[in-house]
Ligand binder design. Structure first.
Ligand SMILES: Cc1ncc(COP(=O)(O)O)c(C=O)c1O
Length: 398
């Protein structure tokens, strides 16, 4: 018998939730079911709330450092869940994974340097690189036998040609939810080492493995990976606490770490935030059952979407993710341009999904659906999508 209930519909209005408050700004209307930005609509694990409440009841919230038990909770979690060993000195606090990427970009590269991203991919990778006047070098994913994979020959070629100084890897990959296998990661690491390229591995979705799959941390695969890698993680997606901003970084290479961590320290970019560390420690030490039950629920939601699309919306195909609560929907069989797909979603189905094209032009014909919501919300959304697709196809036929 499960302990936690993920079926409750929780009203998030009035909580400054970007998913709701930014609907008008991003999609031009507010009457939409918000299934876009990547947080969950589930209540957090009560033990996290209790740990925070207990600390907040103390009347003084002065400058505070992270306790040893906070660092240990990350170390223990990584070993227990992923068989990945980290020492305390290899770890740093960072105030957000995207900020961690931005620190690495600013520290390890210069204006005009190339940075490899593998589109379609989480859009801030491009925003951070271009916003800091770096040159984006695309190595798009390829599709082989209907499955997305990394184009390793393409990577070797762009690295040889463009001489990038960095690659931003998404492991598991957002928006498609792919966990890269160890051989692929090892190849990336050896290409990077041979070509003097830092690999920033964003592993924020790594705890959200589905259907018994295993997460493979980039730094665990080889000496090459440990020589070139900066790994970023967080309990934010795992436990639905992104508002607490409690991310962390691991660098194994001692020389790289000494300089880079010294720079983070000098700029106070690594200063832990009181409630972040308390929330993270409670999550990592007391949230495991909640996570396992949440993943079971999310996996059942994915089954539900897959079955529903196959049975009722045959023009829309779901790409099954290895990890996380984001699903990549393929609308290409509807033979509509991206503008019309988004119009169908927004104006006919009243659903706010991420436009596939925001992840790169290879995302045209797709949209990203966040299924981290009670099943009844997902069921209603699919029903609206079915009706909108049917109506559109009927109009096209007539
Ligand atoms: C791959 C990836 N990295 C980073 C983030 C955001 O992390 P943070 O809020 O810690 O910057 C997200 C959020 O969706 C994500 O999907």
């Amino acid at each position: 018998m499960n302990k936690y209930n993920f079926d409750n519909v929780i009203d998030r209005h009035g909580t400054s939730a970007i998913k709701i408050e930014h609907l008008d700004m991003v999609f031009g209307r507010h009457d939409l079911t918000p299934l876009w930005i990547a947080d969950l609509d589930f209540a957090v694990c009560p033990q996290i709330t209790e740990a925070l409440s207990q600390r907040l009841r103390h009347p003084v919230w002065g400058y505070s450092d992270a306790r040893d038990s906070y660092w240990q909770s990350i170390i223990d979690w990584q070993r227990r869940r992923h068989g990945f060993g980290i020492c305390r000195e290899e770890l740093s606090f960072i105030p957000g994974v995207v900020k961690g990427i931005a620190y690495a970009v600013n520290y390890f590269t210069r204006e005009g340097d190339g940075i490899v991203i593998q589109t379609p991919v989480y859009h801030p990778f491009r925003i951070v690189a271009e916003g800091n006047k770096r040159r984006v070098v695309e190595n798009p994913l390829k599709v082989v036998d209907g499955r997305y994979c990394m184009d390793l020959e393409g990577l070797e070629e762009v690295v040889r040609r463009e001489k990038p100084r960095m690659m931003i890897l998404c492991n598991p990959h957002n928006p498609i939810g792919i966990q890269w296998d160890a051989d692929t990661l090892r190849r990336v690491a050896s290409i990077a080492r041979e070509n003097n390229m830092v690999v920033v591995s964003d592993e924020i979705h790594g705890d959200l493995m589905l259907d018994g799959r295993k997460h493979i941390p980039f730094l665990s695969v080889s000496d090459d990976a440990r020589a070139v890698g900066v790994m970023l993680g967080a309990p934010s997606k795992t436990f639905n606490i992104p508002g607490l901003v409690s991310s962390w970084m691991v660098v194994k290479n001692p020389e790289m770490r000494k300089e880079f961590y010294g720079w983070l320290e000098a700029n106070e970019f690594n200063s832990p935030v009181l409630i972040s560390t308390i929330g993270a420690e409670a999550a990592y030490t007391k949230g495991e059952q909640w996570l396992d039950e949440m993943l079971e629920y999310v996996s059942a939601n994915i089954d539900f979407v897959e079955k529903y699309c196959n049975e009722h919306i045959p023009g829309v195909k779901m790409i099954r993710p290895d990890a996380s609560f984001l699903v990549w929907l393929d609308f290409r069989e509807l033979h509509m341009c991206q503008h019309d797909i988004m119009e169908l979603l927004l104006d006919k189905a009243h659903l706010a999904l991420n436009d596939g094209a925001m992840f790169g032009k290879q995302g045209e014909g797709f949209a990203r659906l966040n299924i981290g919501a009670p099943r009844c919300v997902i069921a209603n959304a699919l029903e609206s999508l079915r009706a909108a697709v049917e109506c559109t196809c009927k109009n096209v036929r007539n």
